[in-house]
Design a protein around this ligand. Structure first.
Ligand code: ZN
Length: 552
């Protein structure tokens, strides 16, 4: 079973950051730390019931235990090193500890995992601490081939580590056993929180997840997580497999303790009510439109109040799509969670400074958070619209299959550009206020620079370069050669957006790999004008170091 890599769009793009920075010359630790700008996260816990307020305190405490487990998963030497760093009170020591905490390991996420502390391995161990460090892929494979189906599932599954026994042979050991001291305490806290909350779906999830920590069987609790309908929306447990660079089998512990954002949840349901109308108005041949949209995967908009484990390490997640277990997604689908206050902090800390450099001064004041976040919502919803199942040469297939490696870049560009198309539609039909129109385009322009800042090797950067160049060629974006800034031409942008939406969706509907290749080759690049603007952005932070609000 190969788990899908499911951390969605925004986080996937951020991985590019690491690759881009690894190409630069080494910088002093203080400079490295500065790339994470301290940024406070806002949220409003006052709407919670008294019981939920108390439950929240327990969940924040449980999130802290995910740190203890993740640190042990990331590297066998992590805890010893952390103790050493904590004992070193020199200025240099304090700095190292600060950067260690930002990365949760001695390898720098923004520098392609280069070590920043002397004496640690030059490379992050590929298998992290999930496998014996001396085990090769070949040894694992020949061992796994001898196992019973049930044992092989454990060896290649999410929730068991692989150890070497005293006789030199490999064996599995469950997370429940390996991390028992922490999981027992975490389970106790989840059960306390379950007793305190008055929300039935939350109670059910917390009890099920507490059981899973002991039984090592996560299925029922993943299902209960999909059914959560609660003012507190916790995600806690073993989830993503990125840390396992050997096989992508093993899940790292993490936590996002979040509160449902009621305002955005309402906005989302308003938009969702109009999706079929938007589909019917898509600028593509009628036969390519879907006359009856199916149910879309649920989207939750939340504010983060605490993170733990892997969520703390490196670039901060702004959205995720879980669970990864295909047995659960086959039965229940998956859920997208958008972290609004994280997006807001990144907007304030990174996008506003970018706009002040890249966007024409007359349009800078239009760049604002509401249109930024509304466009993210539209982007997520638009992934569900447009062509998916298609017919090519009389054969039923999917866009994903026809597009091969170009699929992600094209699909991300589609969601972005048709997100603008959809919002324009909602503005025209007075569902979104007209006052959003100009800010929406100006904010989108500024956002382009954030997305292509780290190159076009990855789907998001490439998809953004495609949009940027296409819209510029259509006159929607105008370059000022003297000031090296861009501005939106409001008389042309709308038609340009419609034309590109049409072009991308038609290519997807036709399943034409060749046309997709042509479009991405001619537009998915950074041209000199854009580069001259990007060159001015080097001092702007890369990500945030979140500062959480005090709760209780
Ligand atoms: Zn996306």
């Amino acid at each position: 079973m190969k788990p899908a890599r499911c951390r969605i769009c925004i986080a996937a793009f951020l991985l590019t950051v690491a690759t881009a920075y690894s190409r630069q010359t080494p910088v002093p630790l203080a400079e490295k730390i500065k790339r994470y700008a301290p940024s406070s996260l806002s949220c409003d816990p006052t709407r919670l019931s008294p019981g939920d307020r108390k439950a929240l305190g327990k969940l924040i405490e449980a999130a802290g235990l995910m740190d203890s487990i993740y640190l042990r998963q990331a590297w066998s030497g992590n805890i010893r090193l952390l103790r050493e760093l904590e004992a070193d009170t020199s200025a240099a020591g304090v700095e190292k500890l600060r950067y260690f905490r930002l990365n949760m390991s001695p390898w720098s996420n923004l520098d392609g995992d280069a070590p920043f502390i002397d004496g640690v391995p030059a490379r992050r161990p590929a298998g992290a601490n999930y496998y014996p460090e001396d085990m090769t892929k070949e040894e694992f494979k020949s061992w796994a081939a001898t196992l019973s189906p049930a044992e092989r599932n454990r060896a290649t599954g999410f929730y068991d580590i692989v150890i070497r026994k005293s006789d030199g042979k490999l064996a599995t050991r469950s997370y429940a056993k390996e991390y028992a001291p922490y999981l027992k305490r975490a389970a106790g806290l989840l059960r306390d929180a379950a007793r305190l909350t008055d929300n039935a779906s939350l109670k059910k999830f917390l009890n099920a997840r507490a059981d899973a920590f002991g039984t090592n069987n996560y299925y029922a609790s993943d299902v209960a997580w999909m059914d959560l309908d609660s003012p507190i929306e916790p995600t806690i447990g073993p989830y993503e497999v990125y840390l396992d660079n050997l096989f992508n089998y093993k899940a790292a512990f993490e936590a996002f303790i979040t509160l449902r954002n009621e305002e955005e949840t309402k906005k989302l349901s308003v938009f969702s009510a109009h999706l079929q109308e938007i589909e019917n108005a898509l600028p593509i041949d009628r036969s390519y439109r879907n006359p009856k949209l199916g149910a879309l995967s649920p989207i939750r908009v939340v504010d983060e109040v605490a993170v733990g484990g892997e969520s703390k390490a490196g670039v901060q997640t702004a959205a995720y799509n879980l669970p990864n277990d295909e047995r659960v997604t086959a039965a229940k689908g998956s859920k997208r969670v958008l972290l609004k206050n994280v997006q807001e902090a990144k907007f304030r800390t990174i996008l506003v400074p970018i706009a002040s450099v890249a966007v024409d001064p007359s349009q800078q004041k239009l760049v604002s958070f509401e249109p930024f976040f509304t466009h993210i919502l539209a982007h997520e919803l638009m992934h569900g619209l447009g062509p998916h199942t298609i017919t090519v040469n009389g054969k039923k297939t999917t866009v994903r299959e026809s597009m091969n490696e170009l699929g992600s870049a094209l699909e991300e560009a589609k969601a972005d550009i048709s997100g603008l198309f959809a919002l324009q539609f909602l503005i025209d039909h007075s569902i979104v206020p007209k006052s959003m129109e100009r800010p929406m385009y100006a904010t989108y322009l500024a956002g382009m620079f954030r997305s292509v800042r780290f190159g076009t090797n990855e789907a998001h950067g490439k998809g953004c370069a495609l949009q940027f160049n296409y819209l510029a060629d259509q006159g929607g974006f105008v370059y000022n050669t003297t000031a090296r800034t861009y501005a939106v031409d409001f008389s042309k942008i709308r038609a340009a957006v419609e034309k590109l939406t049409s072009e991308i969706m038609t290519i997807q509907a036709e399943g034409s790999y060749e046309k997709a290749k042509q479009l991405l080759t001619s537009y998915g690049i950074i041209r000199p004008e854009m580069q001259s603007v990007l060159d001015k952005l080097s001092a702007i932070p890369v990500d945030i170091a979140p500062e959480f609000p005090r709760i209780n």
